[in-house]
Design a protein around this ligand. Structure first.
Ligand SMILES: Cc1ncc(COP(=O)(O)O)c(C=O)c1O
Length: 436
């Protein structure tokens, strides 16, 4: 771990929080022992700075690389565009081609705007929605990034976001004037959603929902959102940044009969190159003309080129079917290994985005030890698995053998009473925590 740990120690003195993304902090996985930095990544293999090779059985770049790292088809398309010029005073024609592709996959949508990040794409969506309805309040469910509109929910109640993926996000620096502008509701909590609508009915401009994360949406819940949006003229935004492309070609909302006014894609849409897309009904999207939404690098050419190549490959290879099949094998494997060894775990998530949690006491100790033992076997592993097209049968079989052995060890050590004694470093963090 020599070079990685030295570099991460230095990073923490130069970069507040050490990294640019909370979910990539080494402390989230294996404090003081995580490889932290990579030299090279290809397929689902990753080489660290000390020359060690691992297989990524976690999230493939936090869900960004649905085809696998450094995919040849996407890389070749991008390389060709780099040589032709990734930026100019004129616009990139790929923007128009991509808009046509996205609107043909989502026939309810007529117009598209672009960003490069997911959180900023969500912020554009919320801005357009507020511009359209001329109402400020946002009701939301799920995780949507770091911007003021979202974090402002924590100004009202400092645990408002705890049920929304990342607990404890601090809203310091978010203007207090935004207090009372965003309110969370829980997934499938139709009653709670209706109560919020009743309470703020005249002031709600936007409803924001992650299409799917852990459980399938209930019909009543979707109907309640659709009915409230229509009745009150609210713009309904689905966030497909993590859910999109996993179970079908396009947004998961297509599978569940959600009828959004806007849908937002990023991350997996371009397989590791920055790209975000906000698609929507023409009348709603035209509100972008009544406000100011504009940024230089939203015009560069690599993002839309990578997105076109990624979507083409996802279509040609029926990638979503591979993700569902692979994710199912993994979830079945976790279940079988846990049952065989009498290890209490709870499994959740749609197949392409699976999770498990240890339900014995000291779940974080077990999670850290699992990661440590799997790392020793050559796997980057934690309690989540996001399937990619690069995960083939051999990877899955090898990983599940390693899981079986690790679960067996954990179960034995739980019986002996002190699994934590095998940890070689501190216990991992569970959410947002200041690094000191
Ligand atoms: C559903 C959802 N929305 C928004 C975001 C924020 O995207 P980004 O990290 O690209 O800003 C994420 C990232 O994890 C996400 O999963």
């Amino acid at each position: 771990m020599g070079k990685s740990q030295d570099l991460y120690k230095k990073a923490k003195t130069l970069i507040p929080g050490g990294t640019q993304l909370l979910s990539k902090r080494p402390e989230m996985f294996l404090p003081e022992l995580w490889p932290s930095y990579y030299e090279k990544a290809k397929g689902c293999e990753v080489w660290d700075l000390d020359g060690n090779k691992y297989i990524d059985m976690i999230t493939m770049g936090i869900g960004a690389c649905i085809l696998g790292y450094a995919d040849d088809d996407v890389n070749n398309a991008v390389k060709a565009i780099i040589d032709k010029g990734g930026m100019s005073i004129l616009n990139a024609p790929e923007e128009v081609e991509l808009a046509e592709v996205l609107c043909s996959l989502h026939p309810w949508a007529g117009m598209v705007r672009y960003t490069r990040g997911g959180g900023e794409a969500m912020t554009v969506a919320v801005r357009i929605a507020r511009a359209r309805t001329k109402k400020d309040k946002v009701l939301f469910c799920g995780y949507h990034g770091w911007h003021d509109w979202y974090l402002s929910a924590n100004l009202a109640e400092d645990n408002a976001l705890d049920g929304h993926l990342l607990p404890g996000l601090a809203p310091r620096g978010v203007p207090r004037a935004l207090q009372g502008s965003a309110y969370p509701f829980a997934y499938n909590d139709t009653k709670g959603f209706r109560e919020l609508v009743e309470k703020y009915r005249n002031d709600i401009g936007v409803i924001v929902l992650e299409a799917i994360r852990n459980t399938e949406p209930e019909k009543d819940f979707i109907n309640a959102i659709r009915d409230a949006s229509r009745e009150l003229g609210i713009v309904f935004v689905v966030d497909e940044i993590t859910s999109g492309w996993r179970m079908n070609l396009g947004g998961a909302h297509l599978l569940y009969g959600m009828e959004p006014d806007i849908a937002v894609f990023a991350k997996a849409i371009s397989n590791g190159f920055p790209m975000g897309a906000v698609i929507g009904k023409t009348a709603v999207m035209e509100a972008a003309q009544e406000t100011f939404v504009s940024s230089t690098y939203w015009t560069e050419r690599i993002g839309p080129t990578a997105a076109l190549a990624t979507i083409k490959k996802m279509r040609d290879k029926n990638v979503s079917q591979h993700l569902v099949d692979t994710g199912k094998k993994i979830q079945d494997g976790w279940k079988a290994a846990a049952e065989k060894n009498g290890l209490p775990v709870e499994i959740s998530g749609i197949y392409p985005l699976g999770h498990f949690s240890f339900t014995d006491k000291e779940p974080l100790v077990l999670k850290t030890l699992f990661t440590q033992l799997m790392l020793e076997k050559g796997y980057l592993a934690s309690t989540a698995f996001y399937a990619s097209y690069a995960h083939k049968e051999d990877h899955v079989d090898g990983y599940l053998k390693a899981v079986e052995a690790t679960f067996s060890f954990l179960a034995q050590e739980i019986k002996k009473g002190n699994p934590g004694k095998h940890l070689k470093g501190p216990v991992c963090h569970s959410g947002f925590k200041r690094l000191t």
